[in-house]
Ligand binder design. Structure first.
Ligand SMILES: Nc1nc2c(ncn2[C@@H]2O[C@H](COP(=O)(O)OP(=O)(O)OP(=O)(O)O)[C@@H](O)[C@H]2O)c(=O)[nH]1
Ligand SMILES: [Mg+2]
Length: 357
């Protein structure tokens, strides 16, 4: 999973990036107000189930699923008629979801580009920016398709279906509706994969709140959008403690679950992701898969060869395998199910691919 951390200049993007990744990037530099600047870090997806499977198999390696966070500076909400700069749109287009930091903390030493702190306004401004950007991209595509239709070449029916799709997008956008809520067929989804439509990306709004203050409501509603409140600066400080210190700090302040775990959990929900496992003496590993995807997709996530030579999948829930003690026991007990390529994988299943290339 790749999450792009975005927001207005000085909203606290780098602070939140540090909190989520344990990095130590300098904050308060004002870097994000100028050129595009991207910093990435990869973190493990915490998963207690993986630890238990690892205790059972005692593999040489235990590998967690990964989340990549990208701190993307350089986004302002005033791109105007030209839309956002191409390199920025490219960066954003590579993300599975966006983590939008909106500023709710007040601090006279950190000026706000709009002169006052108003998270709901900032969120709306960014949404408008994305809608405008998508509108321009959709219109460009429609012009191209119309031209292509006149010239001929590609299958007419296909072009017409694509025109229909982009007209629908254009219609929604012209009513200032982000594309997130739109329902698409599988074919339409495929037609859209090449386009960096920003308002289509699921968005986790992080309300960066001052310490000890109730988080304001920012009106983040609708399909594909969720909001959570974080105390960015405090969380960044916690992320820089040793694990032991962090634990005692969290319990002392009644903060419970570390914020890095919570953000990943919420993001998985928002993006509709789940985990499956592969097990063996060599490696016990967690993988990320969109909910509703099949055994063949799971095979492909592990290695394209496994998908190419797919024969069947052997499947068992992680806790059932723990009870039975080993794959051999599970097989003997008839609990290791044999499934075909169309089988829809459930969260927490062990998927053992039989293949032949
Ligand atoms: N009081 C307070 N200050 C914060 C909080 N989060 C960030 N700041 C301060 O706000 C300033 C900007 O934070 P950054 O994390 O650098 O913000 P940014 O969005 O990365 O900024 P650019 O990359 O320059 O656009 C820094 O001085 C931070 O210390 C917070 O929760 N409370
Ligand atoms: Mg920054």
């Amino acid at each position: 999973m790749k999450m792009g951390i975005i927001g207005l200049p000085s909203a606290g993007k780098t602070t939140i990036f540090n909190a989520l990744t344990g990095s130590n990037l300098p904050t308060g530099t004002g870097a994000g107000a100028g050129q595009l600047e991207v910093h990435t870090a990869v973190v493990d997806v915490p998963d207690a189930r993986l630890g238990k499977l690892s205790d059972l198999f005692k593999p040489r390696k235990t590998v967690f699923a990964k989340v990549t966070y990208a701190d993307i500076g350089g986004l302002k909400a005033d791109a105007g008629r030209e839309g956002l700069p191409g390199p920025l749109v490219n960066q954003l287009g590579q993300m599975d979801g966006l983590l939008h930091v909106v500023r709710a903390f007040d601090d006279p030493s950190v000026p706000h580009i709009s002169g006052s702190v108003d998270p709901a306004r900032d969120l709306a401004a960014m949404e408008a920016e994305f809608v405008l950007n998508d509108m321009l991209a959709v219109d460009r595509r429609l012009a191209k398709l119309t031209e292509e239709r006149q010239k001929g070449g590609r299958d007419r029916g296909l072009i017409d279906r694509e025109i229909g799709l982009f007209q629908r997008l254009s219609e929604g956008l012209s009513h200032e509706r982000p594309l997130r809520g739109m329902k698409c067929t599988l074919e339409e989804e495929q037609l859209l994969t090449g386009f960096a439509l920003l308002s289509l990306k699921p968005m986790l709004v992080v309300v960066n709140t001052a310490e000890g203050v109730q988080a304001p409501s920012v009106g983040a509603t609708g399909t594909g959008m969720l909001a959570i409140a974080l105390q960015g600066r405090l969380e960044m400080e916690i992320a820089q403690l040793s694990p032991d210190e962090a634990r005692s700090f969290l319990s002392e302040y009644g903060l419970g679950e570390p914020v890095r775990d919570r953000v990943i959990r919420v993001s998985y929900d928002l993006l509709g992701l789940e985990s499956f496992f592969t097990v063996g003496e060599d490696e016990v590993r967690a993988w990320t898969l969109p909910r509703g995807e099949t055994a063949l997709d799971a095979a492909d996530a592990v290695h394209t060869d496994l998908a190419r030579g797919f024969i069947r999948a052997e499947v068992i829930a992680w806790d059932e395998l723990l009870k039975l003690g080993s794959l051999a026991e599970a097989r003997a007990a008839g609990k290791l199910r044999v499934e075909g390529r169309e089988y829809v994988v459930a969260d927490g299943e062990i998927v053992h691919i039989r293949f032949n290339v």
